[in-house]
Design a protein around this ligand. Structure first.
Ligand SMILES: Cc1cc2nc3c(=O)[nH]c(=O)nc-3n(C[C@H](O)[C@H](O)[C@H](O)COP(=O)(O)O)c2cc1C
Length: 209
C-alpha cells in the first residue's frame, strides 16, 4: 500500500514538473496590420530596451514569424538548405531558457538559469531586454558538406534573423541582430554539443521610455 502511495506521488510530481517544463504557446496572431513593405521601410536596429515583458501571445507570433510551421507538410516560414531545418531558436528570459519547437508550437525548458548577461557579453547595455532570441544551427542536420556546411548554416540563420527583424517591427517591438555573445558560457548553460553553432542573437522588447 505504502509503495502505491509513493508511486502515485512520484507520478503526480513528475507530471507537475513536466507541465512546468513545456509551455504550450497560444496560436500565433497573423493579423498584424502593418504591411510587409511598411515593415521593410521601418526596420532598423535599436539597443535601449524597457524591462516590460512580452506577452505569450506576442512571443508566439514572433516565434512563428521567425521559424514557425506555415504549411501542412511541416515546412517553415524561413527556408533552410535542403529543408535541413537546422535552426533552433532559444528564448532567454529572466526565468531561464527554453527552445521553441515549431512542430507543436511549444517552448521546452532547457535551463532555469538567467543567461541574458552571457548573451549580452561585452554589450551589457542590452542585458535588460526582457527576451533574447538565440539562433543556433545544428550543423549535423546539414550533413557533411565540407566548407559549405557553415556557409549554409549562416544563410539559414540569416533568413530567421530577418524574419525576427521584420516581425518585431510589425509587432511594435525593437531589436538588433547581434553576433556578439559569450558562446562558451552559453554552450555550457544550454548543454549543447560540438555540432551546434551560435549564429546570431536578438534582444527583443519595447523601446525604453
Ligand atoms: C551579422 C550581423 C552581426 C551583427 N552584430 C552586432 C553586434 O554584435 N552588436 C551590435 O550592437 N550590432 C550588431 N549588428 C547590428 C549592425 O550593427 C546594424 O545592423 C548596422 O549598424 C546597420 O544598422 P541597421 O540595422 O539599423 O540598419 C549586427 C548585424 C548583423 C547583420
Amino acid at each position: 500500500m505504502r509503495r502505491w502511495i509513493l508511486l502515485s506521488c512520484v507520478i503526480v510530481f513528475s507530471s507537475w514538473a513536466f507541465a512546468q517544463d513545456i509551455i504550450r504557446l497560444p496560436a500565433p496572431d497573423k493579423s498584424a496590420s502593418m504591411t510587409l513593405f511598411q515593415a521593410l521601410q521601418d526596420r532598423h536596429s535599436e539597443r535601449s530596451f524597457s524591462e516590460r515583458p512580452l506577452s505569450l501571445e506576442t512571443l508566439s507570433s514572433l516565434l512563428w514569424a521567425a521559424t514557425g510551421v506555415n504549411r501542412t507538410d511541416g515546412h517553415l516560414t524561413a527556408p533552410t538548405a535542403v529543408n535541413a531545418q537546422d535552426i533552433s531558436v532559444y528564448v532567454a528570459t529572466k526565468d531561464g531558457v527554453s527552445v521553441y519547437v515549431p512542430a507543436d508550437n511549444t517552448l521546452r525548458k532547457v535551463t532555469s538559469t538567467d543567461v541574458r548577461k552571457s548573451v549580452a557579453d561585452r554589450q551589457q547595455g542590452v542585458a535588460n531586454a526582457p527576451v533574447f532570441l538565440i539562433v543556433v544551427s545544428d550543423l549535423a542536420r546539414l550533413g557533411d558538406r565540407g566548407d559549405r556546411t557553415v556557409i549554409l548554416a549562416a544563410e539559414d540563420a540569416g533568413y530567421v534573423s530577418q524574419n525576427i527583424c521584420l516581425a518585431s517591427t510589425a509587432l511594435g517591438l525593437i531589436t538588433v541582430p547581434r553576433y556578439t555573445m559569450d558562446r562558451d558560457a552559453l554552450k555550457q548553460a544550454l548543454g549543447l554539443t560540438d555540432s551546434h553553432r551560435f549564429m546570431i542573437n536578438h534582444p527583443v522588447g519595447y523601446r525604453a521610455e
